[in-house]
Design a protein around this ligand. Structure first.
Ligand code: GLA
Length: 408
């Protein structure tokens, strides 16, 4: 009898421990923000396997892979119907070789494959969602060799967001293949306040649109330009929640999708400073040199991928000028000067006047009276130090970025 009770108790403990082990997301999949490419911003629903293969090739050939990009993510519309057992299938016309073969192709190039689903009955484009099929879908994705899941929030009336996203997190964990979990519920339910242990990133806004400061209304919802997303969500309220393994996602990049070069440069710098995932959204097969140079700028990417993982904070907003600062590993700091306005701007930054920088949320401080820094300009040549004022000329919608290092 005693041994029966002991066996039973041990079994219970093991069962409980394995369940508890499942009740967490996969660790270390996003110690720094994810970098990759996603089909939606350029291709909308027009996805198929040959385009995705070509994009994987282009990621390697263009130098994006060498710069750190790794995920090839298929957004909405890859789906076929569920089969008689409820297994989700690919659209066989668009993906005749199947998803497993596509994942193999992507993996052979040293890259990873991402896919898209939705917490509701249907995706935003009306394909089958994962509601009620979470564990089954997660198993299918794992069998296919998927590495990243973007999980959307359409058709979810009366569903509890924390419950829905936690269920999919647990399903992924149970399926056993490390899959980065990218939450996409547009910031409607303040995911920053509950999703740290659920996902590896969470969208903070509605969809991005390739414009500087516009709002494009679709009736019940809008798409947003770069400054609109910035003003809506790049603040102290959200930054405190981001860190290694869990990031605010300011949406996929629109670099190369129709904005001016200055706007693209500023957009990319802002997303890097904010530790947003850097998911390119242009056609990698035929981008201009200017677009490629922006997407592969190693100095800017290094700000995004800095191991300290502290999101930039707004330091000054004066007319059309904005300054964001970002503490970096080893005592370095990034200073970003942004001209939001439509005309060129001349600005002199006197370090002796703005001598204090205080990041109370993460405990990083500068006092330029006590500590001198050298600086190096990113995006273009230039060096100096904080003993004399910095003179800047910023073109409309353009940016200047300095990397400061303490003089020891
Ligand atoms: C939502 C998401 C977009 C995209 C589309 C696909 O709008 O926010 O990023 O995934 O759905 O239908």
């Amino acid at each position: 009898m005693r041994s029966t009770i002991l066996t039973w108790a041990t079994g219970f403990l093991i069962g409980w421990a394995s369940l508890a082990a499942n009740a967490e997301k996969f660790p270390h999949l996003a110690d720094t923000p994810a970098m990759g490419w996603n089909s939606w911003n350029t291709f909308d629903c027009n996805v198929d396997e040959s385009m995705i293969r070509e994009m994987a090739d282009a990621m390697v050939e263009s130098g994006l892979k060498a710069a750190g990009y790794e995920y090839i993510n298929i957004d909405d519309c890859w789906h076929g119907e569920r089969d008689a057992q409820g297994n989700i299938q690919v659209n066989k016309e668009r993906f005749p070789s199947g998803m497993k073969a596509l994942a193999d192709y992507v993996h052979q190039r040293g890259l990873k494959l991402g896919i898209y689903s939705d917490a509701g009955n249907t995706t935003c484009a009306g394909y089958p969602g994962s509601r009620g099929y979470e564990y089954q879908d997660a198993r299918t994705y794992a069998e296919w060799g998927i590495d990243y899941l973007k999980y959307d929030w359409c058709d979810t009336e009366n569903i509890n967001p924390i419950g829905a996203y936690t269920t999919m997190r647990d399903a992924l964990k149970r399926a056993g293949r490390p899959i980065l979990f990218s939450i996409c519920e547009w910031g409607d339910n303040q995911p920053w306040s509950w999703a740290q242990d659920v996902g590896h990133s969470w969208r903070v806004s509605g969809d991005i649109y390739p414009c500087w400061d516009c709002e494009l209304s679709w009736g019940s919802w809008s798409s947003w330009g770069v400054l609109k997303i910035l003003d809506m969500r790049a603040d102290e309220r959200l930054r405190q929640y981001a860190g290694p393994g869990h990031w605010n996602d300011y949406d996929m990049l629109e670099v190369g999708n129709g904005m001016t070069e200055a706007q693209d440069r500023s957009h990319f710098t802002l997303w890097a400073m904010l530790n947003s995932p850097l998911i390119a959204g242009n056609d990698l097969r035929n981008m201009s040199d200017a677009t490629r140079d922006i997407l592969t700028n190693r100095d800017i990417i290094a700000l995004n991928q800095d191991p300290l993982g502290v999101q930039a904070m707004k330091y000054l907003h004066q007319g059309e000028l904005m300054i964001y600062v970002k503490p970096l590993e080893g005592g370095d700091w990034a200073f970003m000067f942004l001209n939001r306005g439509d005309t060129p701007l001349s600005y002199t930054h006197d370090w002796a006047h703005h001598f204090e920088v205080k990041d109370d949320q993460f405990g990083h401080h500068i006092n330029f009276h006590d500590q001198q820094f050298t600086w190096r300009r990113l995006w273009r040549d230039g060096e100096g130090d904080t003993s004399k004022p910095l003179r800047l000329k910023l073109a409309a919608h353009d940016v200047a970025v300095l990397r400061l290092s303490p003089v020891r």
